[in-house]
Structures are given as structure tokens and as C-alpha cells.
Design a protein around this ligand. Structure first.
Ligand code: ADP
Ligand code: MG
Length: 727
């Protein structure tokens, strides 16, 4: 039978094995199985470190049997076999009821797979799967390195190992089975193994050096496929010309500059020039502007929008929440003064209109707003995702600004882009700093600019963790500090992970992802805004003007409440993460985050940015029940210890990636990137990006590289595309 990469596994492995592999690991073809790489390697004669195992983990370990004992059970019929594997502190029990595994005798080596449990303080596997190493007839056991595969309950690591072996041995010469998609030149240029050689070494290595070389090559496959996809996107976008929107003196931009109550920072000026030059070109700009919370991105965007209006076009600013959209509209109107009210009695006819378009507008107001946008009277349109709806038509959309990008995917950006007669320029802004490699992969279709400097005169934020379990009186001290600030005329936020009262609405509707999943089922529910507000009102913050803000309030109420807070009519705002993004109240100096461990690293950093906006020093207190020595406690400590957003973004990526890897390994979910690490493979990704761009430089696309074309097509159809979306 001729077998190739696309042969279905049932034809090679038999229907039964193929079925569980398909169901549990999403492995369908020979290619899928060969690309299912070992997670790690056990070394013959060297036991797995059993003390590192966590209760609840599903793992495969290599260990030697030390003791076997069988006894009758006292309380019910039947027998119990206990097997001790490992030695000394590095040991665990295997427990079997009414069953004794034939080969389990002292001195035997085996692979044992199961879910780690605990009994009387020591680790155990109940009914593990065992694969005993026989020594003479087991060829795999003779090897120095034993591959351990991501496995599931019904597809054990050794079943995978055996199946892979079958494939590898099948053709005698793996090169007949496996076509190498990477062109020879690229392989030579980067000193990469051929694909057959790499596959052989990753599945059956002799040394860890083999593994190293093989995985380097296999990472290349992933990196080049991703980069080709992105380069293709960039190229397609570049082929469609937009409209040049050059600067025009004496217009809105000059008026904005004259009205600014501060001087631009160096960075704002530089990025401004960069944008101005790109907007003046026909080729649509695709730029990601990243800058710390409070670095002043809004004004950079506003100046770009003004330039486009001066050139006769419209600009849309897309915000992730209604609160933020309303705030932007208000801020821009205030800055433009009469220039933002063209057509009104006191408006300047030389100006334009700033139109707010959100989902909660009443029918009549919405019609009026839509008309202003469609007829082109609104030069600046501010809104939420309501702007993406089909009913919204622009007269001449020239620039789309997306604020706080991490909530918008590529598709949404595309939807807005499609609203122009010709593709508009696009500026995406984010305060969550993005490591360079992520920018090159996840955001690979955007060029990036960075604002590194904060406007001067900022007080900065001091952060600390309040470990309530260990230091309960620190929380009292926290509320005292808050009262002191209020007494000095400042304001405060108290942030909680949940709204409360109604169990049906646990999650804040526009919550960001990234918060780590709950670690165990029996944790109490997260603290809720409504409960905390109540308790504070009656307890430690009695007498202060305290209000709540959360996603279940109507947009009008939210807006009114935010406005009241901004006007200083409220001392303390108890809120969910609705305050996370972009809200700007310079007089607020304290933020207390309750159950801080329930938020992601980037989210905490964003939140704390809310109290770094004015000239006074801000204070951020991260309240948590997590032990300071736990992983969670240390994550919080790291957030408190650094204000370097780039470092925190890295930390965030690390914690999240770990979850992704484990999740994928256990559920068997497919993911395009198995080997590649965005954190560690920066150089490789950069090289792959260059190669990808070169490969696509001509007119023939990938026509001369059918192997690569197939990989790219597979990435597109796979749910791997989802990976690109996942910021
Ligand atoms: P972010 O980058 O987080 O969106 P904003 O654009 O909201 O930051 O700016 C934060 C605050 O800093 C705003 O109050 C804004 O008016 C102010 N700001 C922006 N640029 C400057 C500057 N060059 N000098 C002083 N204040 C500035
Ligand atoms: Mg902002």
C-alpha cells in the first residue's frame, strides 16, 4: 500500500486506534501523527522527579518498581495491590483494586500514566496505565531516550510511540514518505535538517543534541508558515491603493495644535511625523501604535484624524466600551471647541462635527448620527463596535483608529476597513506592550511605532501586594491610606472581579481575557462590586461619597456616573474592569484591587494606569488571599515590583502560554504552533519573516513552492487561524 503524508491513519494503524486518536488528539492523517511531537524525553535508568508532580496533573512517568504488596481489603470484599515506585523521597504508590499487573515485580522499570492523586500526604496513582520495559525484546527500551508524548486517557504515550514507529519503519526510507516543503536554499542558508531527518530525530533521538537540531528545524516549519500567511496579507493589502491624505496648513490640525494645553512630548512629535508622512501616501497605512498607559496616544490619534479631515476625508475612532467612546467624544469636542461644532449656531463653519455613535443611542438620535456620517458632515466619528454594523455608511472614510486593540480581532478591523470606498488608513493603538516577536507574528500585518516616554510631570504609581491571609491588618491600613488621600482632596477606585447579586451575570460583559483560570473548584466566588460597596459604606469607608460602576448599568447611567466621578462629586468608585481601559480622571490617585489574583498581569497593569494620570503620586494596592510564596503570589509581587510594561507583557505571555500548552496537550486540541516559542525564538521568527517576504516578492506567489503553499493552506483552514486572532 502506498502511504504518504495525507494517508488516513485508519489505513495504517487500524480503525480502532485511528478512531481514538482522531477523537482525543485530533490526529487524522500520517502527517498529523508525524507532527505530534514528544513533549519530553525520559532517560533510561533515570527516574522522573516524582516530587515535582502536582496533584491533578495527568502525567506519564518513568520509574522503577521497589515494592509490591497485595492484601485483602478490610471493609469490603476483594484485594488491594500497592506498588511503590521510585525511591526515598522520590517515590509514589500505585494502587490497584482486585487486579494485579502481571509484570509488576521488584526491579522492573516501566512507564506509568495516570492522574496524580494524594492519599495520606503521599502521591499516588489509582489504576495507572502501565507499560513495563522488558529489556530484551523491547527495542525502544534499549534506546537511551524514551519519548513521552502528549497523551490522553485512551491514547497512551506508548501507543503513540508504537504507532509512530510503525510509520517510521513502514517505508524503510522516510524520505519517500515525507516531502520537504522547505526549499533547499533556505535549508542550506540556515543550516536546517531535512524534514525526514528532523522527524526521525524528534521521534527517535539518540542524544538531546539530536532533539535540539530537529526541533530547530521543526520550529522553522511553523515560523515560515505563519510568516507566509502574514506576508501574504500584507501584500494583498498593499496591492489595493487607498487615498492620499496629505497635510493642509490652516486647517483643523493647526487648530488642534494651537488648542493643546501642553507641549507634545518628543515621542508624540516623532510618531506624529511618521503618521503624517504615511497618511500622505496612497498606500494605506497599517500601523500599530503602542505606548504605556498615559503616554498620550489619544492626542497622536487626534492629530492624525485632523489631518485626514483637512484632506477632505472622515476619520473613525473605535473604542472598546461605551464609557470610553463617550469619554473620547467629550474630550475631542472640548479640545476642538467651536471647530467641532460646524453647522451649529456657535460653531465655526471652517470646522467639522464630532459624532458619537454607540449601540445605546435612541432611534431618533441614531438616525441623526447615521445621517451626519453618511452625508459627510461628521469629520470625526467616535463609536464602539456599533460602527461595524452594516447600516453605518461613511461618505468618505479615510482613517480608522482602533483604540486598545486587544479587544479587536483582525476580522473586525477588516470590517471597518471595508467601509471605505477605497481601503482607509488604519491606526491601531494599544497600551498593552507587545514583545517584538508577538508583534511580528500575531500582529505581523502591522508596522509598529512606540511611545516610550510619559509626559513629564507625572507622579507615577507605587504598588504593593496586600496578602490578607498573612497580614490581615494591612487591609485596614489600606482603607486608612485611601481615607487619607480622600482627605487630601484625591479620589479612589476599588476594583472587584464580579458585579454581584445576580448569579446569572457573573462576568463583566466587556471583560478582557487573560485572567488565569480558577485553580480549584472549591474557591469562594470572587468578590463582587455590590457586596464590597455595601461593606465599605457601612465599615471602613463610612462617610465617604461612594458609588458603584459596572457593566450591568445602562450606558446612560455609566456615563453619568463616570462624569460625576470626573467632576469630583464622588470620592470612591467601586467598579468592575469597566475602568480598565483608557478612563482618564487625573485626580484619582488610589486604586485598591480586590481579589487581585483573579486578574491577568496585563489587566492589572492597565488598571493601575488609571491612577497614574495626574501630577500626584498614585498608589495601587493588590489585595489577595493568595500565599505570598505561591506562584500566584509571586506573579502579583512581580506586577507590584515593576512598572515596565514590556517586562510585564512578557510575564503575561509566559503564564498564558503555559496554560495554552497544557490545555492543548490535554484536550488534544490542534494548534498551529507546537514548538515555536514567541518568547524564545525571536531570532528564528525574524529570519523566517525575511525569508517569507522574499519568497512572496515575485508575481508567482508560492507557485514554485507547492509544499509551502500546502502548509499555508492548511494553516488557513485549520482552526489555527484562531491563533492569529488570539492576542
Ligand atoms: P493613553 O496613551 O493611555 O491613551 P491618554 O492619551 O489618555 O493616554 O493621555 C493621558 C493624559 O495625558 C491625558 O490627560 C492627556 O491629556 C495627557 N497628555 C497627553 N499628552 C501630553 C503631553 N505631551 N503633556 C502633558 N499631558 C499630556
Ligand atoms: Mg487611551
Amino acid at each position: 500500500m502506498a502511504v504518504d503524508m495525507s494517508t488516513r491513519l485508519d489505513r495504517v494503524l487500524g480503525a480502532k486506534t485511528a478512531k481514538v486518536m482522531a477523537e482525543q488528539l485530533a490526529l487524522h492523517t500520517v502527517r498529523d501523527l508525524l507532527r505530534h511531537y514528544p513533549r519530553k524525553y525520559a532517560r533510561r535508568g533515570e527516574m522522573t522527579k516524582l516530587e515535582d508532580l502536582q496533584v491533578g496533573d495527568r502525567v506519564t512517568v518513568l520509574a522503577q518498581v521497589r515494592k509490591v504488596s497485595t492484601r485483602k481489603m478490610r471493609n469490603r470484599p476483594g484485594s488491594l495491590t500497592e506498588v511503590t515506585v521510585g525511591d526515598g523521597a522520590n517515590s509514589m504508590q500505585l494502587v490497584f483494586f482486585n487486579r494485579k499487573h502481571a509484570g509488576l515485580r521488584e526491579g522492573a522499570w516501566g512507564l506509568f500514566a495516570g492522574t496524580v492523586g494524594e492519599y495520606r500526604k503521599s502521591k499516588q496513582f489509582a489504576h495507572p496505565d502501565c507499560h513495563l520495559m522488558t529489556g530484551d525484546d523491547d527495542e525502544d527500551w534499549a534506546r537511551a531516550l524514551i519519548p513521552l508524548y502528549p497523551a490522553t486517557r485512551d491514547v497512551s504515550s506508548w501507543v503513540i510511540q508504537r504507532s509512530v514507529k510503525l510509520l517510521l519503519n513502514h517505508s524503510g526510507n522516510l524520505a519517500d514518505l515525507v516531502d520537504d516543503p522547505l526549499p533547499e536554499e533556505i535549508r542550506a542558508r540556515h543550516g536546517l535538517l531535512s524534514l525526514p531527518a528532523a522527524l526521525l530525530d524528534i521521534h527517535r533521538p539518540t542524544t538531546m543534541d539530536d532533539v535540539e537540531r530537529a526541533s530547530h528545524r521543526l520550529k522553522w516549519d511553523e515560523a515560515i508558515t505563519l510568516q507566509l500567511t502574514l506576508a501574504g496579507r500584507r501584500k494583498a493589502a498593499a496591492l489595493e491603493p487607498g487615498i492620499a491624505r496629505p497635510r493642509r496648513p490652516g486647517g483643523l490640525l493647526d487648530a488642534v495644535d494651537a488648542a493643546l494645553p501642553f507641549a507634545l512630548t518628543e515621542g508624540q512629535r516623532e510618531v506624529g511625523e511618521e503618521l503624517a508622512a504615511e497618511l500622505a501616501r496612497e498606500q494605506p497605512m497599517h500601523r500599530l501604535l503602542q505606548g504605556e498607559v498615559g503616554s498620550g496616544k489619544t492626542v497622536v490619534a487626534l492629530r492624525a484624524m485632523a489631518q485626514v479631515v483637512d484632506a477632505g476625508g472622515q476619520a473613525a475612532l473605535l473604542a472598546p466600551t461605551e464609557v470610553l467612546a463617550a469619554q473620547h467624544a467629550r474630550g475631542i469636542r472640548a479640545l476642538l471647541g467651536p471647530l467641532g461644532r460646524a453647522g451649529e449656531l456657535d460653531g465655526d463653519p471652517a470646522g467639522t462635527r464630532v459624532t458619537l455613535l454607540t449601540g445605546s443611542l435612541k432611534a431618533a438620535a441614531r438616525r441623526a448620527a447615521l445621517a451626519e456620517v453618511a452625508e459627510g458632515h461628521a469629520g470625526i466619528v467616535v463609536g464602539t463596535h456599533a460602527l461595524l454594523q452594516e447600516t453605518v455608511e461613511f461618505a468618505d472614510l479615510g482613517l480608522v483608529v482602533v483604540d486598545e486593540q486587544h479587544r479587536f480581532g483582525v476580522e473586525q478591523r477588516d470590517a471597518l476597513r471595508a467601509k471605505g470606498n477605497r481601503p482607509p488608513h488604519v491606526l491601531v493603538m494599544t497600551a498593552t506592550p507587545i514583545p517584538r516577536t508577538v508583534a511580528m507574528t500575531v500582529y505581523g500585518d502591522l508596522e509598529t511605532s512606540t511611545l516610550r516616554q510619559l509626559p513629564s510631570g507625572r507622579g507615577g504609581v507605587a504598588s504593593s501586594v496586600v496578602p490578607v491571609r498573612e497580614k490581615p491588618n494591612w487591609l485596614d491600613r489600606a482603607w486608612e491610606r485611601l481615607r487619607e488621600e480622600v482627605a487630601a482632596g484625591r479620589q479612589a477606585y476599588v476594583v472587584c472581579p464580579r458585579i454581584g447579586e445576580d448569579a446569572g451575570a457573573e462576568e463583566e460583559p466587556d471583560d478582557a481575557d487573560g485572567a488565569p483560570a480558577a485553580e480549584s473548584e472549591d474557591r469562594r466566588p470572587p468578590l463582587a462590586v455590590l457586596d464590597v460597596a455595601e461593606a465599605l459604606r457601612e465599615g471602613p469607608l463610612a462617610g465617604l461619597r461612594l458609588e458603584v460602576l459596572h457593566g450591568r448599568m445602562t450606558p446612560e447611567d455609566k456615563e453619568a456616573r463616570m462624569r460625576g466621578f470626573a467632576a469630583g462629586e464622588v470620592d470612591v468608585l467601586v467598579a468592575t474592569t469597566v475602568v480598565e481601559v483608557g478612563v482618564d480622571v487625573p485626580n484619582a490617585t488610589v486604586m485598591v484591587v480586590m481579589d487581585a489574583d483573579r486578574f491577568g498581569v496585563s489587566q492589572l497593569h492597565q488598571l493601575r494606569g488609571r491612577v497614574a494620570r495626574g501630577k500626584h503620586q498614585g498608589l495601587c494596592l493588590l489585595v489577595s488571599e493568595a500565599a505570598t510564596s505561591s506562584a500566584t503570589g509571586q506573579r502579583l509581587a512581580a506586577v507590584a515590583a515593576t512598572s515596565d510594561g514590556f517586562e510585564l507583557a512578557r510575564l503575561d505571555l509566559e503564564t498564558r502560554r503555559e496554560g495554552d500548552v497544557l490545555g492543548a496537550a490535554q484536550s488534544g486540541r490542534r494548534s498551529g504552533v507546537r514548538m515555536l516559542s514567541l518568547l524564545e525564538d525571536e531570532e528564528l521568527i525574524a529570519e523566517a519573516r525575511t525569508e517569507a517576504t522574499d519568497l512572496l516578492a515575485g508575481d508567482r506567489g508560492l507557485a514554485d513552492f507547492p509544499g509551502l503553499a500546502m502548509e499555508v493552506a492548511a494553516l488557513a483552514t485549520d482552526e489555527r487561524a484562531e491563533y492569529l486572532e488570539k492576542a
